[in-house]
Design a protein around this ligand. Structure first.
Ligand SMILES: O=C1O[C@H](COP(=O)(O)O)[C@@H](O)[C@H](O)[C@H]1O
Length: 258
């Protein structure tokens, strides 16, 4: 167990969303290289919402080694994979259908279990165990990279303000039946998983995120779900934000440079 307190977040802010998107792609490619050099694979968890669109800098980029990516979802809505509400559907439309990633490298929920949330989340946890526990033998998986978004209420993945799941300490994957944001049924990675990652990156763009970004970063004592993301040492939390989102921030930020 680490005796170091979590490192403070590193905040990269950019004049425009376009510059943010291309810098994010450079950051991801660097993380990919470090991971492949060390272990021959790159384990990533992706979110839905506005995040997949911000990954467009990876499309057509020859530096991305798609066959080495092992992709999971940070959260998923319990709907068929062809439903527009599905995070997998969204990520496929925005990214995976446009790049040469082997389909078996993307771990989706088991649609045969849509009617049983407990079995569905257990099955997804087993997929993680297959990927991580056998190879890394850790109490919790250590993702190379988890990419998160933040909702206007400060939620992230499917961890919502005031919900009992914020206190989950054991499970890797949990389910929720009463999401305040539709659809109500979802599964999500828990904090023990998110906070064991080597790198966690939040991406926030646009003026609509300015108030909540300020609350999450300048007032972590309020304990909003996004403020509780604090990867354990040596893990590191990063924020990639554009100028409209960063407009009200007090904490200091800089641009990401390779
Ligand atoms: O419901 C969800 O919302 C969050 C935030 O979405 P955004 O559109 O405000 O970025 C998203 O990260 C999560 O994956 C999704 O299920």
């Amino acid at each position: 167990m680490s005796h170091h307190p979590p490192n403070p977040p590193i905040i990269h802010s950019f004049a425009t969303t376009e510059v943010m998107v291309s810098s994010l792609a450079s950051f991801i490619i660097k993380a990919q290289k470090d991971s492949i050099d060390k272990k021959g694979r790159f384990t990533v968890a992706l979110s839905g919402g506005s995040l997949p669109k911000q990954l467009s800098g990876l499309i057509g980029n020859p530096a991305v080694k798609w066959d080495k990516w092992q992709v999971f979802y940070a959260d998923e809505r319990v709907v068929p994979l062809t439903d527009p509400d599905s995070n997998h559907f969204l990520c496929s439309n925005e990214l995976f259908n446009k790049v040469p990633i082997p389909k078996e490298n993307i771990r989706t929920i088991d649609i045969a279990l849509l009617d049983d949330l407990e079995e569905l989340s257990d099955a997804y946890e087993k997929e993680l165990i297959k990927e991580f526990a056998q190879k890394d033998s850790a109490r919790f998986p250590v993702f190379d990279l988890i990419l998160l978004g933040m909702g206007p209420d400060g939620h992230t993945a499917s961890l919502f303000p005031g919900h009992e799941l914020l206190a989950e300490e054991d499970r890797w994957v949990a389910y929720i039946e009463d999401s305040p944001k539709p659809p109500s049924k979802r599964i999500t990675l828990t904090y023990p998983v998110i906070n064991h990652a080597a790198r966690v990156v939040f991406v926030a763009a646009g003026a609509a995120k300015a108030d909540i970004l300020c609350t999450v970063l300048d007032h972590p004592e309020q304990g909003l779900p996004a403020s509780r993301v604090k990867p354990a040492h040596p893990g590191q939390l990063f924020w990639f934000v554009d100028q409209p989102a960063a407009a009200k921030l007090q904490v200091s930020s800089d641009e990401f440079k390779l």
